[in-house]
Design a protein around this ligand. Structure first.
Ligand code: F6R
Ligand code: ZN
Length: 191
């Protein structure tokens, strides 16, 4: 890990950052209970433990004053009619924000605050999304064949709270409906 100012590049189309990074892979098996259609999930998993998304995190200390940045890549696919997505989380230090810059693909950022206010923002190349403090977030890839690739930056001390989302999911789901992408209410969600 460099203690000097440093640069790196994000070569396209791979979007794998040059230089040192921590590569995290999330497969279907790591997402039990996250997709609404449990039967479709079990059937898919029985065939293959598909790669759903990957993160390349630029290594920096997880402490206040630092910025953690990296690339998030959500692959195309669906479980039932629900598009592939990240697990999603609140920041453990709730009062910390995050910026996302979309480099490639199409999709949405599904967000909500602890009071249950929900927002779903479209992502396309060139879109910068500011996720304010307190808003949980999950990225969803709605492309048929293309990855959703975003660059993100957030405070080094933010930490992640996955438990709240694991329990009941986000208030809104992104699904394929009769006429394409639809944002619908999550029937499992309770205030
Ligand atoms: C960091 C952040 C992103 C996500 C990444 C994977 O705070 O929001 O780097 O960590 O998109 O998603 P999760 O962490 O929900 O598995
Ligand atoms: Zn985050």
């Amino acid at each position: 890990m460099s203690d000097y100012p440093f640069t790196f590049t994000i070569p396209m189309p791979s979007a794998v950052p040059s230089g040192e990074s921590n590569h995290i892979q999330r497969r279907l098996s790591a997402m039990k209970g996250q997709f609404l259609d449990q039967q479709a999930y079990d059937q898919m998993l029985a065939v293959e433990d598909t790669l759903v998304y990957e993160v390349y995190e630029i290594p920096r200390p997880h402490q206040a004053g630092e910025l953690l940045s990296g690339i998030s890549i959500v692959h195309p696919g669906k479980v039932g009619n629900e598009y592939f997505m990240t697990k999603g989380h609140f920041h453990q230090v709730l009062d910390t924000a995050e910026v996302y810059y979309c480099l490639k693909g199409e999709g949405y950022m599904v967000m909500e605050d602890p009071e249950g206010n929900a927002q779903v923002a479209p992502l396309a190349p060139g879109v910068v999304l500011y996720v304010p403090p307190r808003w949980g977030h999950r990225s969803v890839c709605t492309g048929r064949q293309q990855d959703l690739v975003t660059f993100y930056v957030y405070p080094g001390n933010a930490g992640h709270d996955y438990g709240t989302i694991e329990t009941q999911g986000f208030r809104k789901l992104v699904v394929e409906g009769a006429h394409g992408v639809e944002i619908v209410d999550n029937p499992r969600w309770k205030r």
